[in-house]
Design a protein around this ligand. Structure first.
Ligand SMILES: [Fe+2]
Length: 329
């Protein structure tokens, strides 16, 4: 019996709670170029492949990502993950029926993860043969799953430990940078051949978290360079705030841009990140890079107001604890 979950788990879906469904619809379809199914007045189901939904926007007050759905290969992998959740002193609940349908899965288990984001586990997505109607030419998912999420945290050791303990995450590499006078550490964790499914962002020294939202950004991988360029141009022309113009990261070599979603976190649309195949894994070296970008990624919309708000939130975060999921003592 296999005792590792590495390679047997991938990001499956993301649930957003927002009161701005009309904005999300326009943004996702006309800006990002995704397929949209408006399934009810309170739910948008966004597709990028043969799953009925990958990103779900549900009406609600959080204006944030509220759940991350992780797909396990089979029941053996699911039960191993659930045993580890239990060993962390956390209880998971099984959901079927409407709640599962809302996520495009047959059933799922949920528990409260780091920063109180719901972590959800499933094995069986609902597929569809209905053709995609979208502006992008295509998105890459497959064994690497749905892109990645970057999570800012004041508890980076605990956060890293969580993904290592539950899913056997491996560190791909690290990046150090200095933005607006603050030293940042980034750790990139892979759960399968995707260079990273989770990135952890923290400040060095005094641990601040200037973000209101639970994630800094989520990433979707598009099929072609033209998809990045066209997506960037569409978002710009439609007036969506471009957080970072097109550029390239030094570690996964992905070419991407970042745009602010109607809920405030950012969406990274990227192309051609390196894949850590089994062969590449044999020679893998955990490098530490200086600087988040090799070139580009220039901030286009970072106004003084945004900087001041983030600085204020960063200071405020010092007064609040961050919810962590620890190992059982
Ligand atoms: Fe990213």
């Amino acid at each position: 019996m296999k005792t590792t979950l590495f390679g047997r788990v991938r990001l499956g879906y993301v649930i957003v709670e927002s009161s701005r469904l009309a904005e999300w619809k326009h943004f996702a379809a006309d800006g990002l170029g995704l397929h949209i199914d408006e399934v009810s007045a309170d739910t948008l189901a966004l597709r990028v492949d043969d799953r009925t939904r990958r990103l779900v926007v549900q009406r609600g007050p959080a204006e944030d990502v509220v759940a991350l759905g992780w797909e396990l290969d089979d029941d053996a992998a699911l039960h191993l993950a659930l045993a580890r959740v239990r060993d962390s002193g956390v209880s998971a609940q099984l959901h079927r029926g409407d709640e599962a349908a809302a996520r495009g899965v047959s059933e799922y288990w949920s528990f409260t993860g780091p920063k109180r984001t719901s972590v959800e586990l499933f094995t069986t997505p609902v597929m569809t043969e209905r053709p995609l109607r979208m502006k992008a030419s295509g998105f890459l998912t497959g064994v690497g799953g749905l892109g990645h999420v970057a999570i800012s945290t004041r508890e980076p050791e605990s956060m890293k430990g969580f993904w290592e303990r539950i899913f056997d995450a491996r560190v791909s590499d690290y990046i150090e940078d200095r933005l607006s006078g603050v030293d940042l550490d980034l750790t990139f964790l892979r759960l399968n051949e995707r260079h990273h499914s989770v990135a952890i962002v923290s400040t060095r020294g005094i641990r601040l978290n200037p973000l209101r939202t639970s994630i800094h950004h989520m990433n979707l991988q598009v099929a072609s360079l033209d998809d990045v360029v066209d997506g960037y141009r569409r978002c710009r022309e439609l007036g969506y705030p471009i957080a970072n113009a097109i550029g390239q990261h030094p570690n996964d070599r992905e070419l991407s841009f970042y745009v602010e979603t109607p809920s405030g976190f950012e969406m990274e649309i990227g192309w051609n990140p390196i894949v850590v195949t089994e062969e590449a894994e044999r020679h893998w070296r955990q490098a530490t890079y200086r600087g988040i970008s090799l070139w580009g990624h220039y901030p286009e919309n970072l106004t003084l107001g945004v900087s001041a708000r983030r600085f204020g939130r960063g200071l405020l975060s010092l007064t609040r604890g961050e919810f962590t999921v620890g190992a059982k003592p």
